[in-house]
Design a protein around this ligand. Structure first.
Ligand code: AOF
Ligand code: ZN
Length: 361
């Protein structure tokens, strides 16, 4: 199962919005006879890739055990059911890390295999498989993406000077690492303030990836310039969410290829962030990578919509009068703070990378 998990990790940038799944086929004699991991959406699943691998080498799969990091699917989606492929090949036993949370599949894959006389065992590698697919599980179980907020700050938590200057607080290795985190996300999200201030591309650069994450821009008044550079990135969609229902304002952005969605909150002047996350789940966003300024970061935190923080801390102090990571106070008591648990702290180049998860997620 360890090898199946390593295969699954190879689908990290590839299989979105499909879960990252790995499969190892082992003969009755104990030899590995096929390996596979999930391909691009619409392409074959891990089990089918492993079966094809075995067939390509002329290896007999009858009586084999399939070690797979997720329940084999039983439904007809973009591809045919993996259960049927495993049964047709004569697999005798399936060991799966955990059940597929997709309601189209959940439990039915195991049931179909057992009904056909296949021995099914569930559990090994469950935690690692779930972590690898944290966004997929979030979308299936909560109907919203896993929200990872990325920021770069000084050691004293400053993300920009009072005059807005923020490029570049952290060093090149930390920025490159940030691109790898973008690459695994289904979508990157930012605010119109960042678009106007930096004219960013917000795509993946310097990391080999077969696909680009889509881009979400929160723009309550539709101030995104039609000439913004973000429209020049090929092979991704741009989704603009707004509270401005003026069709003429939307038309110029639609002409640049963006999809414009009007989703006001109760005040009517801002985007409803909870509804936004529901809509992104509908668009099959598993992991949402938020790279925004302190206002939008604060709005997400205030509403309890952040799951995880990815923070790069540079060895510099930038002092007061500067902007923090998120603007969402002032709090009346320490107990009102958002509590986190450390996931990982490591050095990346000259900077520290801190992964912290909101308590209870
Ligand atoms: C598997 N093995 O490697 C993966 C599975 O539209 P489709 O046909 O590609 O099906 C997508 C669904 O299949 C996805 O939502 C999830 O439930 C399951 N993913 N299943 O047997 C795999 N990636
Ligand atoms: Zn499948």
């Amino acid at each position: 199962m360890q090898e199946a998990l390593e295969l699954a990790a190879q689908a990290l940038f590839l299989s979105n919005p499909n879960p990252r799944v790995g499969c190892v086929l082992v003969s009755p004699a104990g030899e590995v006879i096929g390996r596979g991991f999930t391909q691009q959406a619409g392409g074959p699943h891990a089990e089918v890739v492993a079966l094809r691998d075995a067939a390509a080498h002329g290896r007999d799969v009858r009586g084999a055990t399939a070690w797979v990091t997720l329940e084999p699917c039983a439904h007809q989606g973009r591809t045919g059911p993996c259960c049927d492929a495993l049964l047709a090949a004569g697999v005798a036993r399936v060991v799966a890390s955990l059940a597929d949370p997709n309601p189209l599949v959940s439990g039915q894959g195991f049931a179909r295999l057992r009904a056909a006389g296949v021995q099914v065992d569930v559990g090994p590698g469950a935690q690692a498989s779930r972590e690898l697919n944290i966004g997929f599980f979030s979308r299936m179980a909560r109907a919203r993406p896993w929200v990872r907020m990325k920021a770069a700050a000084s050691l004293d938590g400053v993300t920009a000077l009072a005059n807005g200057a923020s490029q570049w607080i952290t060093s090149e290795p930390a920025r490159a690492d940030g691109h790898a985190w973008r690459a695994r996300a289904c979508a990157v999200l930012t605010g119109v303030g960042t678009v106007l201030a930096d004219d960013p591309l917000l795509n993946v650069r310097g990391v080999a990836t077969p696909r680009q994450p889509h881009l979400v821009v929160l723009d309550s008044q539709l101030r995104t310039p039609a000439a913004a550079r973000l429209f020049e990135v090929p092979d991704r969609q741009v989704w603009i969410y707004t509270a401005n229902a003026d069709p003429a304002a939307a038309a110029a952005l639609q002409a640049r290829g963006a999809a414009v969605t009007v989703l006001p909150d109760a005040s009517g002047s801002r985007v409803d962030l909870a509804a936004l996350l529901r809509d992104l789940a509908r668009r099959e966003v598993n992991e949402l990578h938020v790279e925004a300024g302190h206002e939008l970061n604060g709005a997400f935190l205030r509403l309890g919509l952040v799951d995880e923080l990815l923070l790069y801390l540079a060895p510099v102090l930038l002092g007061s009068g500067a902007r923090g990571l998120a603007h969402w106070g002032p709090l009346a008591a320490l107990s009102e703070g958002e509590r986190l648990t450390w996931r990982e702290v490591r050095q990346v180049g000259a900077d520290l990378r801190v992964l912290a998860r909101v308590e209870g997620r």
